[in-house]
Design a protein. Structure first.
Length: 287
C-alpha cells in the first residue's frame, strides 16, 4: 500500500506547497522579483540537467527525481508569469464592450509569450528524454500543461469561482478576461475527459508490479490527474478553497473586484447569463 501512498502524498504536498509558494512570492514587494526570478531560473536549469542525467534511470528513485524535476520546470513557468516577466504582448485590460472573437484574441495576447515558453520547455524535456526508459517528467509536464489550458479556458468562458484573490496587483488587468457564470459548455467535457484519464492511469498503477518504477510513475501521473479534476470542481463548487493557501495569500493585501469586460459569445459556450464581476478600485489582484 505504501508503494501507492508515498508517491501520492509527495505529489499532493508539492502541489499544495508549490502553489502557496508562488502565491507568497508574487505578493511580495516588486523589489524582490528579480532575485526570485534568478533563483527560480537557476533551479530550473539544475532541473533540466538532472532530467538529462536521470532519463536512463527506470527505478523508483528515478521516478521521484523525474517528478520533482517536472514540478520545478512547471514552477518556473508559473513564477515567470505571475511575477510579470513572461506574459504576452498585451498588458492591459479589454476596453468596455469588447466581446466575441476580439475578446478571445485579446485573451490570447495577454499570455502568448507565457504559452510559447511552456511549449518550448516541453519540447526540450521531450528531447532530453526521447527514447529513454524514464520519460515520466515529460508526461507530468504534459498533464500540468493540459490542466492549465483547460482551467484557463473555463475561467474565460465562465465559472462561478474565479479566485480573483490569487492574482497579484501587477496582473490585475487579467481580471477583465475572467467571466463569472454558473456554467459553460466546456466544463462538463473537461471534467469528464480528465476523470476518464485519471481512472485509466489508476488502473495501470493497480496492475503494475509492486516496488516498480511503473507503479511509482503511474501513481504520480494519476495523482496529477486527480488533482486536475479537483481543481476543476473548485471552479464551480462553493468551497473555501483559498483557505488551503491562506499562508501564501498573506502577502497579497486586500483585493477588490474589477468588472470583467466582454464575453465569449463567439465560442457560443454560454449556458447562463453573465454575472459581472463588481468594479474595482485601484488595479489589483491574481488568478
Amino acid at each position: 500500500m505504501l508503494d501507492y501512498v508515498l508517491p501520492a502524498v509527495y505529489a499532493l504536498f508539492l502541489w499544495w506547497f508549490g502553489t502557496g509558494a508562488v502565491l507568497f512570492l508574487d505578493g511580495l514587494p516588486s523589489i524582490t522579483f528579480r532575485k526570485t526570478m534568478v533563483v527560480a531560473t537557476a533551479v530550473f536549469a539544475a532541473s533540466m540537467l538532472g532530467l538529462a542525467s536521470t532519463a536512463g534511470d527506470a527505478s523508483v528513485s528515478g521516478a521521484y527525481a523525474a517528478f520533482t524535476f517536472a514540478f520545478f520546470a512547471w514552477a518556473w513557468q508559473e513564477i515567470s508569469f505571475y511575477l510579470g516577466y513572461v506574459t504576452g504582448p498585451r498588458r492591459h485590460a479589454c476596453p468596455e464592450g469588447c466581446r466575441g472573437w476580439a475578446h478571445l484574441g485579446h485573451g490570447i495576447q495577454v499570455t502568448l509569450y507565457h504559452e510559447i515558453k511552456i511549449l518550448l520547455t516541453g519540447a526540450v524535456m521531450w528531447w532530453l528524454t526521447y527514447d529513454s526508459p524514464n520519460q515520466l517528467a515529460f508526461w507530468c509536464f504534459v498533464i500540468l500543461w493540459s490542466m492549465h489550458q483547460s482551467a484557463k479556458l473555463n475561467v474565460f468562458l465562465g465559472v462561478p469561482n474565479l479566485s480573483e484573490d490569487f492574482l497579484p496587483d501587477h496582473l490585475s488587468f487579467l481580471r477583465s478576461f475572467l467571466t463569472r457564470r454558473p456554467m459553460n459548455l466546456l466544463f462538463p467535457l473537461s471534467v469528464t475527459v480528465t476523470t476518464v484519464a485519471a481512472a485509466w492511469v489508476i488502473g495501470l498503477a493497480a496492475e503494475a508490479e509492486a516496488g516498480s518504477f511503473d507503479l511509482a510513475a503511474y501513481t504520480f501521473l494519476s495523482t496529477l490527474l486527480v488533482v486536475g479534476v479537483l481543481e476543476h470542481w473548485f471552479l464551480v463548487l462553493p468551497l473555501p478553497t483559498s483557505a488551503l493557501w491562506e499562508w501564501g495569500l498573506k502577502t497579497h493585501g486586500s483585493h477588490h473586484d474589477q468588472e470583467g469586460r466582454g464575453d465569449d459569445s463567439a465560442l457560443q459556450a454560454v449556458v447562463a447569463p453573465v454575472t459581472p464581476i463588481a468594479p474595482a478600485s485601484p488595479p489589483v489582484v491574481k488568478s
